[in-house]
Design a protein. Structure first.
Length: 300
C-alpha cells in the first residue's frame, strides 16, 4: 500500500442505544473518500477501538473494507491488552482484506522498553500486513522512543511511524539513527505543517473528519513547500486542530462532525458527551471557523 497523504482517523458511529451502527459508519467513510482523503484509519483512538468488543471490531473493519471498495487503503488500529490478542486481530485483519495495521503498545500494562519492542515484533510475525507503529504517550502513557523504533529496523513489515508525542524533533532523531528506513506520519493535528517540513509524508488526522477538504489542502500546500499559503490556512485551522490534542479529543471531533452533518456525537462510556463550558467552547470554535471559512481553489 501507499503510505502517503491524509488518513483520517475515522469515527465509529453508534445508534441511540450505543450499538455499533454499521450503515452510518459506511456513510461517514464514503463521504470522506468522496472528499478526497488518501486513506482511512479504522478502530483507532478516534474510532474508539478499545471500546468495541472483538466481534464489533471485526464487523466495523469488514464494513470499512466493503465501503472503501479499494478506492483508498484501509488501515486497522491494533490496540489490545496482550500481544496474543494483538496477533489474533492482525491475522483476522489480513483475512478481512485490510491493507495495513496501526499498532499500539499493549494497553493498560506499563511495559518496559524491551517488552514493548517484543510486543511489536510479536504482532509483526502474525501477518504479512505492513505496520505503522503508533506512539501517543500523552494519552496511553507508554513512550515508544526513537531508540526503541530504531531497534525494530530489522523487522521488514514495520514500515511506518506515527508520532503523536508532539515532539517534532523526534523525526530528526529517528532520521539521524536509521536514515529513511521508516516512513514518517504526523499523528497530532496541530503540528502538521512543521512535521511535513521535517520529513513527514503522511498525516493521521482527527479533524480531517470534520473538514477533509481543508485538511487535504493544508497538507498538499505544505508538501509543495508553499509555506505562505499553508500558513494562511493553518492560522484559520489551528483552533480546530488544537481540539485533536485534548484528552477528550474523541468527543470534540464527534461533536464537530455532528455540527457539520457528517456523523453523530455519540460516544461509548466512559466517554460522555461534552456538556456545559466544554461544549460551549467547542461550539464557539466551530461557529468562528464556519464564519471565516476560507474559499479553497482547486490548484495544489
Amino acid at each position: 500500500m501507499r503510505w502517503e497523504g491524509v488518513f483520517p482517523a475515522v469515527t465509529t458511529q453508534f445508534d441511540e442505544q450505543f450499538r455499533v451502527d454499521l450503515d452510518a459508519t459506511r456513510r461517514v467513510i464514503d463521504a470522506l473518500i468522496r472528499d478526497g482523503v488518501d486513506g482511512l484509519i479504522i478502530c483507532g483512538t478516534v474510532g474508539e477501538g478499545t471500546s468495541l468488543t472483538a466481534q464489533e471490531k471485526r464487523a466495523v473493519l469488514e464494513a470499512a473494507v466493503g465501503a472503501a471498495k479499494k478506492r483508498v487503503p484501509v488501515v486497522a488500529g491494533v490496540a489490545e491488552f496482550t500481544t496474543g490478542l494483538g496477533a489474533e486481530l492482525a491475522r483476522d485483519c489480513e483475512r478481512i482484506g485490510v491493507d495495513g495495521l496501526m499498532v499500539m503498545p499493549a494497553m493498560v500494562y506499563s511495559a518496559k522498553p524491551h517488552e514493548t519492542i517484543a510486543h511489536f515484533r510479536g504482532i509483526a510475525k502474525a501477518s504479512a500486513l505492513p505496520i505503522m507503529v503508533y506512539n501517543n504517550p500523552p494519552i496511553y502513557k507508554t513512550d515508544v522512543t526513537p531508540d526503541m523504533i530504531s531497534a525494530l529496523a530489522d523487522c521488514e513489515t514495520i514500515v511506518c511511524v506515527k508520532e503523536s508525542a508532539g515532539l517534532t524533533s523526534r523525526y530528526v532523531d529517528l532520521q539521524n539513527a536509521v536514515g529513511d528506513r521508516f516512513i514518517l506520519f504526523c499523528g497530532l493535528d496541530d503540528v502538521i505543517v512543521e512535521s511535513v517540513l521535517l520529513g513527514c509524508v503522511g498525516w493521521v488526522s482527527g479533524m480531517s473528519n470534520v473538514f477533509p477538504r481543508e485538511g487535504n489542502r493544508l497538507f498538499k500546500l505544505a508538501r509543495a513547500g508553499k509555506w505562505q499559503e499553508a500558513m494562511e490556512l493553518y492560522r484559520w485551522f489551528m483552533p480546530i486542530l488544537h481540539l485533536d490534542a485534548r484528552p477528550d479529543l474523541v468527543q470534540c471531533i464527534k461533536l464537530c462532525e455532528q455540527i457539520m452533518g457528517r456523523g453523530s456525537e455519540r460516544t461509548r462510556a466512559p466517554r460522555l458527551a461534552l456538556e456545559g463550558a466544554a461544549r460551549a467552547e467547542v461550539e464557539a470554535i466551530m461557529k468562528r471557523a464556519l464564519a471565516t471559512r476560507p474559499r479553497l481553489d482547486q490548484a495544489a
